[in-house]
Ligand binder design. Structure first.
Ligand code: AMP
Ligand code: ZN
Length: 494
């Protein structure tokens, strides 16, 4: 299977360090506020990548950090008159809650920066000992960018060009404007930890390298994050690992494209954002998923509520097709010979499954994979409307199972049919209205459908309506489909 490595700008064969196993790490959020839908896009993209690798049979170990000490958290705490710990704890929980709502699977390992200080100090000491970092004596420690000959390779930047844009802040003690802080001396009132350089806290890039090394071991197979993390964050993570442990941090670097709103990157600083929470308060998670997965993970994604409404409709259509296939499977006479239409749908199932795999094997092209699924939905609808009552149980079930399975690989789980039991009160209604003498709700439903059809045929509208109203009073509806009539629960909100 091919994955695009943003370090080499090429698709390459995925070759795990240990055969059959994938170790992956995706930078987590800085927990100072609710995340926005743009952040959600990146986390969703890697959730699907992880799910697909697992589906392919890899044993995936997935780690994701929570950055719970940072300037943004400290500033937010000061604004709100709270401690940074309170802010970080509230928004760590909020992040995990929204990930659960979106159906993003929990990481296997979720380290928190504040709990990993010893591993970070150890890495910084290693860098100082090897001449890649220095402590000028003011309590800070800096990484010496020029000491790393490979610096710039993750993001394709040239150190001499970077130099032009860099500048030294007035109170910095950097030897070179390109250098970055591994450790920052504590300011009064900030969270701080003891270290060989005095009380302080880690720089932003420090935690990920230390955690990757500690929990997964370097190099890992896949390192991910949003496109905006490629430089400087990932470049710096990589430099730290190369210089400390003499190994690349990751073999493949993957970056998700930015979610845009009206053509601009969604971001907190531009103020053009919707929180994931407010979107999930209004829309089903699977509609958000479908919308996002209809764009390849590396491409920019245009977010709008119109598109989200469209995704709600798509989800409904797919759900309807799955329900109708299952209904056809239940109501069809048991299978005899397959006819031409059955063979056509059977072939469409095979083709959709193969095309799904081809698209996903090509750098996780979820847009192509969804197109294959929608192609099967169209084929199934054609089959159902042309076949009338002459559907094959086996072929209808194969098609509905394939749709449920393939969508499930993408984490779209809400299309999975739940067995709906008809209420036992139908028996009483059928005894009254259809002369039914048994004691089974499904049989009673058939008796009522037949009695209603007979009443309508005899233009006996009073009886037909009484049956329909009795059914409605039980929260059920009578639905006429090409494959026959059924009684089912009235539509509920998704
Ligand atoms: P942060 O908490 O700012 O580090 O962001 C968490 C994740 O969201 C990172 O992987 C970012 O690259 C990603 N991200 C931020 N803004 C966007 C956006 N507009 N679209 C997609 N991903 C984003
Ligand atoms: Zn990181």
């Amino acid at each position: 299977m091919l994955v695009y490595n943003s370090q080499t700008h090429k698709k390459q064969e995925l070759t795990p360090v240990e055969p059959g196993k994938i170790r992956m790490y995706v930078c987590g959020p800085t927990v100072y506020d609710q995340i926005h839908v743009g952040n959600g896009r990146t986390f969703l993209a890697f959730d699907v990548i992880r799910r697909y690798l697992t589906y392919k049979g890899y044993q995936v170990t997935f780690a994701q950090n929570l950055t719970d000490v940072d300037d943004k958290i400290i500033n937010r705490a000061n604004e709100q008159g709270r401690t940074p710990e309170e802010v970080a704890s509230e928004f760590s929980d909020a992040f995990i809650e929204q990930m659960h709502r979106l159906g993003v699977l929990d990481p296997d390992i979720r380290p928190r920066a504040t709990q990993e200080i010893p591993a970070m100090i150890e890495m910084i000491q290693g860098l100082i000992e090897q001449g890649h970092a220095y402590a000028p004596g003011n309590g800070d420690v800096y990484f010496s960018v020029r000491s790393d000959p490979s610096y710039g390779t993750v993001s394709g930047r040239n150190v001499d060009e970077l130099k032009v844009g860099a500048r030294i802040e007035a109170n910095d003690e950097k030897r070179d404007p390109l250098d970055f802080a591994l450790w920052k001396a504590a300011k009064p009132g900030e969270p701080m930890w003891e270290s060989p350089w005095g009380k302080g806290r880690p720089g932003w890039h420090t935690e990920c390298s230390a955690m990757v090394h500690r929990y997964l071991g370097t190099p890992i197979d896949i390192h991910g994050g949003g496109q905006d993390l490629q430089f400087p964050h990932h470049e710096n993570e990589h430099a730290q690992a190369c210089c400390c442990w003499h190994e690349p941090l990751a073999n493949v670097w993957m970056h998700a494209g930015m979610l845009l709103i009206n053509g601009e990157k969604m971001s907190k600083s531009l103020g053009n954002f919707f929180t994931l929470k407010e979107v999930l308060d209004k829309y089903p998670a699977d509609a958000v998923r479908l919308l996002m997965l209809q764009t390849h993970y590396r491409s920019p994604l245009d977010f709008s509520f119109d598109r989200l409404d469209g995704a709600v409709g798509t989800l409904e259509r797919v759900r309807g097709t799955i329900a109708n296939l299952r209904w056809a499977a239940e109501s069809a006479p048991q299978d005899g010979e397959l006819n031409e239409a059955d063979r056509v749908l059977g072939a469409a199932v095979d083709e959709a499954s193969a095309e799904f795999a081809r698209q996903m094997d090509d750098d996780f092209n979820t847009a192509g994979a969804l197109a294959a699924i929608f192609g099967l939905v169209t084929a199934a609808n054609t089959y159902l409307s042309d076949a009338g009552e002459d559907t094959s149980t086996a072929v209808s079930l194969r098609a509905s199972d394939a749709l449920v399975e393939l969508l499930g690989v993408l984490g779209v789980e809400s299309v999975r049919p739940v067995a709906t039991e008809l209420p036992h009160e139908l028996v009483d209604l059928a005894r009254e209205q259809a002369g039914y003498a048994g004691d089974d709700a499904d049989e009673a439903a058939s008796a009522l459908i037949q009695a209603r059809a007979a009443a309508r045929a005899a233009k006996n509208w009073g009886v037909a309506d009484a049956i329909r109203d009795g059914i409605a009073a039980l929260g059920l509806v009578v639905e006429d489909t090409a494959a026959g009539t059924r009684i089912k629960p009235a539509k509920k909100e998704a």
